[in-house]
Design a protein. Structure first.
Lengths: 261, 413, 375, 205
């Protein structure tokens, strides 16, 4: 049967993987390609590579970084988000090794252009990245560039309803990096029950992940900071989520990618 | 290349090899995490440590409670003091022979064994492989120290698997202490990823042999991290005491000097006399390579630490850095003799690893330095450390007169 | 007490039995191997190594217990450079107070010759207390240290998953300790019955040590040997020219540093044994007062068996040096154990074999037997 | 690594990322030639046809590079051919994606939108026909899927299914032509083992 997914998030700033707290404070972690290689060996179900400063770097996806990851023989599906501003940006990111593309700022600027990405890549390759918070009992949608939150725009909801985008990465940005911080009201208030959701931001404990993954419209849970504090963090989480339709955790006997034949 | 940004409080820059983030006020992530040292309730954190370690105490006495990696310097004396005397655990000490040993380091390790009455196992990888590896790492990425870092960070983990002792206790987490990689409250633990990424500069043992050099699997296999299946079967876990104890290396060393006979020595390239006294290279050839590659050296690490602990102002720290940073290395001959290099050949290798971001060869052989300290702002006039930051040297590196590498030494009396 | 008719080995060695013809096992062994086809034995060893498959990613083929001395240096080099076998060398390191600079040099020499060496170093204070308690109880401070020495190698073999241990001389054949005789001349799995090992830990626990302090002194159980399929092989059975002097010559040609004090201080004719610490001469002297033969006898016996020394000349040397041990070494030994020199001699006198020795008014010990003749 | 190293040709016709497929093949210890040169592809022990994106664009590109007739001819000559994801769908007679487009016609059947779901994204278990020696070792394994269309084929050619609302084809085979709807190069250990069995099974049959 189709399994739910545990996604490992690598947040990248100035080419360096970081821990990100509340979309504001950052702590250095290391080389994105080394973290990706580690998540691959741990058996995470998907890797989300999130470059958060592409605008400062003049826009466009970080193709060099994508190629660096690919060269190391990454055998885990890769989702890239950060700086995708056009159809060609999306196509080039897939050519550089990403299975799927996340769109964030473009949804604010031109949601219909975002829909056009579906033509060459297929809707199954597109994810809408929506940093949300609860404001006076309603969902507020953040534009991380201006740091302003507004209600969900009708144009956005139309694009999502059109089926041009297969999944929504729903980011509780205010609780990013906060232990057990994820606010489940975001899921409850989400207006489109049929669109598959990925929950992200402040998910650290098995109890939270179970609660989130048990919701029928939630197809995946993404964890970033908290995968970096323990050895075998992915396997540990998966073992404590026994009973959920999740791919089993594995502890690789010998490092097959490096095995000396 | 992103523009070079300096922290306004300490002397680190955004080019730090472990990564460094500066916030809106221009204060770096390392200084922000250091603030936790004066905010957290360390009595409560010690209780957290006690409860975390409780399940690992062996009731049967049939095995050790934990593994403690040690050397003739570093924080080894203080760590074993904490583990054995304050936590009452029965540790198995492990050490990797880095071969660059000073007799003072040999003496300190012997002192450690006697004072704390601990069993110790020492790994000596055959020098043939060690030298082959060192030639390759010096050549390929300007590291004379890869084998030491790889051995020191993997032998304890291999021993944990072989001896079925799941718990390894380390001192402070370098990433947390220097660049605020984690908060103390993250209680970060040992991971293979961090070792590969930072301790080993991105290169695990299997990354060293290439098609075009002569390294073989039989040279590097002893530096491989145990596989995930073995680690998981034993439940190996590396805990950092620095997450539960307010870590202050200067104060700790002084306590160990006074109470446990730890001995120290002066260096040309830094004012700190407590750390790295067990190695002819760390504060010498290794420190020069660091300056070539990263545009700063160990004296900057020591200055930042002391600035953050309030024992140096930023200006005083910068004055000390500028005073020591270009001091000539004194023990290159020892390394050349050990590895069979000619001084001219070593010079060539060293120059190839000067990062153009910090070094310009105005004319052949003459290098202009443009490292972090040159753009760090105002330094204090006086170059002697104030009373608060005096480091006592009660011995010399050639403790018993032997001015060379010691493979295995007695270390007593 | 009677002597082997050929060499100067008395029948007082534990677990030894002379033949009806009055010849000691070691002399019988020299006769027995006179006609041996040594190439056939070398082929057995070559086939044994060839039959072993390395596990993937494992490059140690066997373990050799070493001290950096004459025997272990020779064995390690012979196994590696003749059979292309890569041994992990395991050394039981003496604590800093007991180790000698010479021992450190020889261990460094072995490492620099290109070997992987694991040094297991038991806690120095516990070691020291056990030595004092061993001396007070058995007049033998080596009872605990020998147990640690013999336990280190199998302990590490089991933990490293290396199922072949190469040992030096077969105590049963060459030294006449029949209890350790294995199925074949080179099978060493009965080594656990070696006199020292049979006493085990109990006396240490009785002396007040906790189990957790004695981990380096625990000799693995037979079941653990079987679980790994651990095998111990005596290289002495294959090395036809194995001898104290010959091994020393091999190792000295590879950088070995030997003793420079004289036989008068140690009873050691050529100064090629006990290189890594200075308490062995004391223990050999006490062995002499307990059993009537010491370090000089061991040397002399080998020279006689190899036809390099007459029995008469041997008798002169034994009479002159078998009890030799410099007062300076005894003083340092007492200082280390934390006992007075007079208390030391009281203990030695109490342990002296009164059928073999008389002790006169001012404490001097005199032989009641005649060297070479017996009682 | 059992047996000698094989040489695998990966068709480069500008569709999706070839580095992952190439890296997976070299990771198994085989030589890999990423090319659109028919001579090099013909000389290989097997040809891998990757593919990401839409069916019509991919067929247009194959035509443009003169690869349609070449692939048909090589498959019919018995050279092993492995289609991955869109590459599997290209083996079909035709596809309805966007507009009716003819495929390579190497395995009977047609490609149509998934029933009961708009797309199939994520890890799903595969159920393999026990008769098929290549894939049966992977029966019950989880592999990674990322597609919106499925390949309907008559029973003898369907050797593997997965389920959403109901079952649909995820692996097809006709002689030495095999199609895999999932991404073995992105399915970690399970993917590596499956790819090894398929490649080495076909080339050494």
């Amino acid at each position: 049967m189709l399994e739910k997914r545990l996604i490992g998030v690598i947040t990248v700033k100035d080419g360096w993987a970081v821990q990100s707290i509340g979309y504001r404070r950052h702590r250095p972690l290391g080389r994105p390609e080394v973290i990706a290689e580690n998540l691959d060996r741990w058996g995470v179900d998907e890797i989300l590579l999130q470059c958060i400063d592409r605008d400062a770097q003049g826009g466009g996806p970080d193709l060099a970084l994508l190629e660096r990851l690919c060269r190391r023989g990454l055998s885990t599906p890769l989702v890239y988000t950060g700086g995708v501003r056009s159809v060609s940006d999306g196509v080039r990111a897939v050519q550089a090794g990403a299975e799927r593309i996340g769109i964030d700022a473009l949804l604010h600027d031109d949601p219909h252009l975002a829909a056009e990405l579906a033509e060459p890549l297929g809707a199954q390759a597109l994810i809408a990245v929506l940093p949300l918070s609860v404001h006076n009992g309603a969902l507020a949608w953040l534009d991380h560039r201006s740091r302003l939150s507004t209600p969900l725009a009708p144009a956005l909801l139309d694009v999502l309803a059109s089926g041009a985008i297969s999944e929504v990465l729903l980011v509780d940005w205010q609780h990013e990096g906060v232990h057990e911080g994820f606010d489940e009201r975001l899921l409850a208030l989400w207006p489109m029950p049929t669109l598959p959701l990925i929950a992200f931001g402040g998910l650290s404990e098995p109890s939270q992940l179970r609660g989130v993954l048990e919701r029928p419209n939630v197809v995946a849970a993404a964890v970033g900071n908290f995968l970096n504090h323990r050895e075998h963090a992915v396997q540990r989480l998966k073992q404590s989520l026994a009973g959920l339709p999740l791919r089993a955790a594995t502890h690789a006997p010998l490092d097959p990618a490096r095995a000396w034949s | 290349m992103a523009a070079l940004m300096h922290c306004r409080r300490c002397l680190y820059t955004s080019a730090h090899p472990l990564g460094l983030m500066l916030d809106a006020e221009g204060i770096c992530s390392g200084c922000r995490v250091h603030e936790e040292k004066d905010r957290l309730d360390w009595a409560e954190r010690w209780q957290r440590l006690e409860s975390l370690l409780a399940p690992y105490r062996s009731r049967s006495g049939e095995t050790y409670d934990c593994i403690v990696p040690v050397s003739g310097a570093g924080d080894s004396h203080y760590i074993v003091h904490l583990v054995k005397q304050r936590l009452g655990l029965n540790p198995l000490l492990v050490t990797y022979n880095k071969y660059f040993n000073t007799s003072l380091g040999i003496r300190n390790l012997a002192n450690l064994r006697i004072r704390f009455d601990c069993d110790l196992i020492q790994q000596n990888v055959n020098p043939h492989a060690v030298k082959k590896i060192t030639r390759a790492t010096l050549r390929d990425f300007g590291s004379d120290y890869w084998h030491c870092l790889a051995g020191q960070t993997v032998f304890p983990v291999q021993t944990a698997v072989r001896y079925r002792i799941p718990l390894i206790l380390w001192g402070a987490h370098q990433g947390l202490e220097q660049v605020g990689m984690y908060s103390h409250e993250d209680e970060v633990e040992m991971t293979r990823r961090h070792r590969q990424d930072h301790d080993l500069m991105g290169r695990e043992a299997d990354d060293l042999p290439t098609m075009f050099d002569t390294l073989k699997e039989s040279d590097i296999w002893q530096y491989r991290y145990p596989d995930d299946a073995a680690l998981s079967a034993i439940g190996v876990r590396g805990v950092y005491l620095g997450n539960y104890v307010r870590w202050d290396p200067k104060a700790q060393h002084e306590q160990m000097i006074e109470r446990c006979g730890y001995r120290t020595a002066a260096f040309a390239r830094t004012f700190d006399t407590y750390d790295h006294v067990d190695c002819w290279n760390y504060m010498d050839l290794h420190d020069v390579l660091k300056l070539h590659k990263h545009g700063y050296s160990k004296v900057t690490d020591h200055a930042c630490r002391e600035i953050r602990h309030g024992r140096l102002t930023r200006a005083q720290g910068l004055a000390l850095v500028r005073r020591h940073e270009q001091a000539a290395p004194q023990h290159l001959d020892k390394f050349c003799e050990w590895l069979g290099l000619d001084r001219s050949g070593l010079g060539f290798l060293l120059d190839r690893h000067r990062n153009p971001r910090w070094w310009r060869e105005a004319e052949t052989g003459r290098w202009a330095f443009a490292g972090a300290s040159t753009t760090a702002g105002e330094a204090a006039g006086v170059t002697m450390p104030p009373a608060s930051a005096v480091f006592e040297a009660n011995d010399v590196l050639a403790h018993d007169g032997i001015d060379g590498y010691i493979t295995i030494g007695k270390g007593h009396p | 007490m009677r002597y082997c008719l050929r060499c100067l080995q008395p029948d007082t060695r534990p677990n030894t039995r002379f033949s009806d013809a009055g010849i000691c096992p070691a002399c019988d062994y020299v006769d027995a191997v006179r006609g041996v086809d040594w190439q056939e034995r070398i082929d057995i060893l070559t086939d044994l190594f060839a039959s072993r498959r390395r596990k993937p990613g494992q490059f140690h083929d066997c373990i050799i217990g070493v001290s950096g001395g004459k025997d272990s240096t020779r064995q390690a080099l012979w196994v590696r450079d003749k059979f292309d076998v890569n041994p992990l060398l395991v050394c039981l390191g003496y604590p800093p107070e007991q180790a000698t600079d010479r021992g450190m040099h020889n261990l460094s020499n072995l490492i620099d010759l290109g070997f992987d060496v694991l040094v297991s170093q038991p806690a120095p204070a516990t070691w020291r207390t056990l030595k004092r308690q061993g001396f007070e109880r058995f007049t033998n401070s080596f009872r605990s240290t020998e147990l640690a020495l013999f336990s280190a190698v199998p302990q590490i073999a089991l933990r490293y998953g290396i199922d072949l241990i190469l040992w030096g001389e077969n105590p049963a054949l060459q030294l006449g300790d029949l209890k350790t005789l294995g199925k074949t001349g080179y099978d060493g799995n009965n080594l656990r019955h070696m006199n020292t090992l049979s006493s085990g830990l109990q006396w240490m626990l009785d002396a007040g040590h906790e189990r957790r302090q004695l981990l380096p002194y625990v000799y693995p159980q037979p079941e653990e040997f079987d679980a790994l399929g651990l095998q111990i092989i005596y290289l002495g059975w294959f090395l036809g020219d194995w001898s104290l002097v010959n091994n020393a010559m091999h190792s000295c040609a590879q950088g070995l540093e030997i003793r420079t004090d004289g036989v008068a201080d140690t009873g050691d004719l050529f100064g090629v044994t006990a290189l890594d610490e200075d308490f062995t001469p004391i223990n050999q002297m006490i062995k002499y007062f307990k059993f009537g033969f010491g370090r000089t006898t061991d040397y002399v016996n080998e020279e006689i068996r190899l036809g390099r020394m007459s029995r008469e000349r041997g008798i002169e040397l034994v009479e002159q040096h078998d009890h030799a041990c410099s007062p300076d070494y005894i003083a340092r030994y007492c200082d280390y154990l934390g006992i007075g020199v007079d208390a030391f001699w009281r203990q030695v006198h109490a342990a002296t074999n009164r059928t073999l020795f008389d002790i006169d008014g001012d404490g001097r010990i005199h032989r009641r037997f005649q060297v070479g003749v017996g009682l | 690594m059992s047996g000698a190293r094989l040489t695998i040709g990966v068709v480069d016709y500008g569709a999706g990322n070839l580095a992952s497929v190439a890296r997976a093949i070299t990771g198994l210890g085989h030589r890999c030639r990423v090319t659109r040169d028919t001579e090099t592809l013909a000389a290989a022990d097997a040809i891998v046809l990757p593919g990401v994106g839409a069916f019509p664009a991919a067929m247009a590109s194959l035509h443009e590079h003169g690869l349609v007739d070449f692939l048909r001819q090589q498959a019919r000559s018995g050279q092993p051919l492995i289609g991955i994801c869109l590459g599997m769908q290209l083996l079909a007679d035709m596809s309805l994606e966007h507009r009716l487009t003819a495929g390579l016609g190497l395995i009977p059947g047609r490609v149509r939108p998934l029933a009961g779901a708009r797309w199939h994204i994520g890890w799903n278990t595969i159920e393999i026909d026990p008769e098929d020696a290549l894939l049966s070792p992977s029966d019950g394994q989880s592999l990674y899927f990322n597609h919106a269309y499925a390949f309907d084929t008559p029973p003898p050619y369907c050797i593997g299914v997965s389920r959403l609302a109901d079952a649909f084809t995820v692996a097809v085979r006709r002689g030495k032509v095999v199609g895999l709807q999932f991404h073995p190069e992105k399915s970690q250990l399970a993917g590596r083992l499956l790819l090894k069995n398929v490649i080495e099974g076909l080339c050494r049959a």
